[in-house]
Write a protein that binds this ligand. Structure first.
Ligand SMILES: C[S@@+](CC[C@H](N)C(=O)[O-])C[C@H]1O[C@@H](n2cnc3c(N)ncnc32)[C@H](O)[C@@H]1O
Length: 379
């Protein structure tokens, strides 16, 4: 019976997570992001009126009383899931055996409040699959959990290949995270073209959020690749967008993505180390540059040389928001040229770390004020 259910080819029956319906009762949700972006994600959730009650590496916890749509709009978020306790009354040791865990998973899924939530948030059959935060297939465990769930909640369908929901056992095996799997994600519809080293869109969104927007400013991505940062900054408000890249295929990808985002930009095939700024300079330089993983040669040296150019490229009051793989090399160059570090976070770029930074070029009045503060006789 279970085999027939898992192999059933009824994908024709539409099944998707409903984003515009409130849960029957408020639900604890965990939103996940790349490690290092949690304060930015928490800021996004705060902006949409959600209270964050816990932050951890790569995760933010909140309670949702309204529809999922607001939460799923957070641009720095990778996934979100409703948290269900697996075995509140048992100790960790009691969960050690495979069968015990399988039963706890099934019992958690079949709880009336969990079924009510899944029913409210699913249009069509409720299809699910089981995954593990720690990875691995653990087939015997999955099979046992699916068989037991079928007994307890026959309305649910364990159909891994067409699942509407992913139920993820957390690394500590204390919770099950119910993650929407099949739904319409409208956040990055501009992403129609790619390059091999394209920024993950949540990283581009993080850069744009750290940058903010000054209306009408000139914005430059010197290493624009597929234009993810230009698209994300462009959607924050009016700007003159400029992109350069050595590779004309990258510029073609940027052109397609900007067009999907309904943005226009000046795109130039040029070396970032030689491109001239428009007078009086760029208000914002925003970029996820080559980090050395695909670049032949020394990315640190390229970025040091680029950093040396930045102060003369920025308008007074302008800012550089970027990711640097070697902050110990690029930081002194920027600082010695008079820029001030306003934001720095080490972030996980998928198995390796780099630093997201914002540097500010002081505006003249800020410089004058600072100088005046030091003069005797002035208050
Ligand atoms: C990490 S990718 C950029 C990814 C981009 N943020 C995106 O979302 O697609 C780096 C890009 O820098 C370009 N590049 C490398 N050296 C360059 C240079 N000296 N001047 C301009 N572009 C360069 C590469 O062709 C590549 O497209």
């Amino acid at each position: 019976m279970l085999i027939a259910e898992r192999d059933a080819d009824d994908a024709g029956a539409v099944s998707e997570v409903v984003l515009d319906v409130a849960p029957p009762t408020p639900v604890v949700m965990v939103a996940r992001c790349r490690a290092g972006l949690e304060t930015l994600l928490a800021g996004e959730l705060h902006d949409i009126g959600l209270q964050v009650d816990r932050l951890g590496p790569g995760l933010v916890r909140t309670t949702l009383a309204g529809p999922l749509v607001s939460l799923m709009a957070a641009r720095t978020m990778l996934t979100a899931g409703a948290m269900v306790e697996l075995h509140p009354e048992r100790s960790r040791d009691a969960a050690a055996s495979k069968d015990a865990l399988a039963h706890q998973i099934a019992e958690a899924i079949a709880r009336p409040e969990v079924l009510a939530l899944l029913t409210a948030w699913t249009r069509g059959p409720i299809r699910w699959r089981l995954d593990f935060e720690r990875g691995g297939h653990r087939r015997a465990l999955v099979w046992a959990a699916a068989a037991r769930t079928r007994e307890l909640a026959p309305v649910l369908r364990n159909q891994p290949r067409a699942s509407t929901w992913e139920f993820v056992v957390t690394a500590d095996e204390q919770h099950l995270e119910l993650r929407p799997h099949r739904y319409t994600d409208t956040r990055f519809t501009w992403r129609v073209a790619d390059v091999p080293a394209a920024s993950h869109p949540t990283i581009a969104a993080a850069l744009a959020r750290v940058a903010g927007a000054v209306a009408g400013e000139h914005v430059w991505d010197p290493f624009c690749g597929s234009g993810a940062e230009l698209c994300e900054r462009g959607r924050l408000g009016a700007a003159h967008l400029h992109g350069t890249d050595l590779d004309e295929r990258a510029l073609a990808a940027t052109r397609q993505n900007l067009s999907a985002a309904r943005l226009i930009a000046t795109l130039t095939q040029a070396d970032a180390l030689a491109h001239p700024p428009p007078p009086p300079g760029f208000g914002l330089i925003i970029t996820n540059p080559p980090l050395g993983r695909r670049l032949r040669g020394d990315a640190g040296a390229l970025l040091e040389r680029f950093a040396a150019r930045v102060p003369s490229m920025l308008a007074p009051g302008g800012r550089l928001v970027w990711i640097t793989p070697s902050p110990d090399r690029t930081g002194p160059v920027l600082r010695d040229a008079g820029l001030a570090l306003g934001y720095a976070r080490d972030i996980d770029l998928g198995g390796y770390e780099a630093r997201l930074e914002r540097w500010n070029r002081p505006a003249p009045h800020a410089t004058a004020k600072a100088a005046n503060r030091g003069k005797p006789g002035r208050r």
